[in-house]
Design a binder for this molecule. Structure first.
Ligand code: 1HN
Length: 346
């Protein structure tokens, strides 16, 4: 700044700059930080609370409005009332009573379902009916029509994770209701699994389609397969094992925006810490233990949902053992050259 500048002229400058919808960088603080900063808090939504409130909503509130889904969204208290678990991830519990149907629609935000308990709901993805039971991961990729129906006798609740905040931020949300015609099929195996669920390392030939889809053609990952993979990895005495749900045709993440992994922490183990750019949502599938997230300690019980903000150190410990389903935005950061992960000793 010119030390000889008359103060009144400088005041005038700032007034005119502001009136012209401009901001001087030299007066802005905190734009470039040495390490990532985020408004999201480390946070835990207890499974007991999620189950009980989803059950009450199921009994009191009919399906309709709000995307035609009965969904309770995890709202991170650091995010100023936004219905987002982290700045990039939507996480929620969804409940469907016996005999109920959530009608077909499609949207550009991609979604996944992870079943924490029970069975009996079907999700049809572009008409392909996928049965959902405990421990299964079911994909509803971007712009695929999807509907849920529960022809069984029992209600079911599951976890939904979407990349909605990312797609919203990028100005790329499109939504379209589906046809009134409904899918009622209940095949033992979906078409996607008939073709791509054959087994480890076995790909049908020739692969379909001139343009590979941006997402995995396998739309369901079944718990017995996940469980077997984790058990094999832990058999050598490691303190934890981690598997990634991938597109069998490319080995890449199952969907372009969401990384899905299952972590098994062996009984009586403590994991080293890790931190990564981008945020994560953890869900306790089984077991119990403790998580330390950015210095905040949380007990972990079945059905808990935990938000892990960007660059927060995460470590896990357990007595009886712990299985965690973990979703992150890592493919987005990797695609942009912004992904960093370090393992720490604490
Ligand atoms: C949605 O379509 C579903 O299809 C669940 O089950 C949660 C949250 C926001 C926007 C759309 C579903 C959703 C959603």
């Amino acid at each position: 700044m010119n030390p000889a500048a008359p103060p009144a002229a400088v005041d005038d400058l700032y007034r005119d700059v502001s009136a012209a919808d401009l901001q001087p960088l030299w007066r802005l603080q905190g734009l470039l930080t040495e390490q990532p900063t985020t408004r999201a808090f480390p946070h835990r939504w207890p499974g007991t609370t999620l189950r009980s409130l989803a059950g009450r909503a199921r009994d009191l509130v009919p399906i309709g409005g709000g995307g035609d889904r009965r969904v309770l969204a995890c709202a991170n208290p650091g995010l100023g009332g936004a219905p987002y678990a982290t700045p990039t991830l939507w996480a929620a519990v969804q409940a469907l009573a016996a005999g109920e149907r959530a009608p077909a629609h499609r949207h550009t935000p991609a979604a996944l379902r992870f079943v924490l308990d029970g069975a009996g709901v079907w999700t049809a993805v572009d008409g392909d009916a996928l049965h959902m039971s405990r421990g299964d991961l079911v994909l509803t990729p971007s712009w695929t029509f999807h509907e849920h129906y529960n022809p069984g006798e029992r209600p079911m609740t599951w976890l939904d994770v979407l990349d909605l905040p990312i797609v919203q931020f990028l100005g790329a949300v499109f939504y379209q209701p589906g046809e009134a015609a409904v899918v009622d099929a209940r095949p033992a195996r979906s078409a996607s699994e008939h073709r791509f669920g054959g087994g480890p390392g076995l790909l049908p030939q020739p692969l379909d389609g001139p343009v590979p889809p941006a997402h995995s053609p396998l739309l369901a990952y079944r718990w017995p397969d996940t469980d077997r993979a984790l058990a094999l990895l832990l058999a050598d005495g490691a303190d934890h094992a981690r598997v990634r749900f991938t597109d069998p045709t490319t080995g890449r993440d199952a969907m372009p925006t969401l990384r899905c992994e299952m972590i098994r922490v062996a009984a009586a183990s403590v994991t080293g810490g890790s931190r990564q750019t981008g945020s994560q949502v953890l869900t306790v599938f089984s077991g119990e233990g403790r998580a330390v997230v950015g210095g905040v300690e949380f007990p972990l019980e079945q059905g808990d949902v935990v938000a892990v903000p960007s660059w927060a150190t995460l470590s896990l410990s357990t007595g009886p053992g712990l299985d965690l389903f973990c979703v992150s935005d890592a493919p987005v950061l990797e695609g942009l050259g912004l992904y960093r992960r370090i393992e720490t000793d604490d």
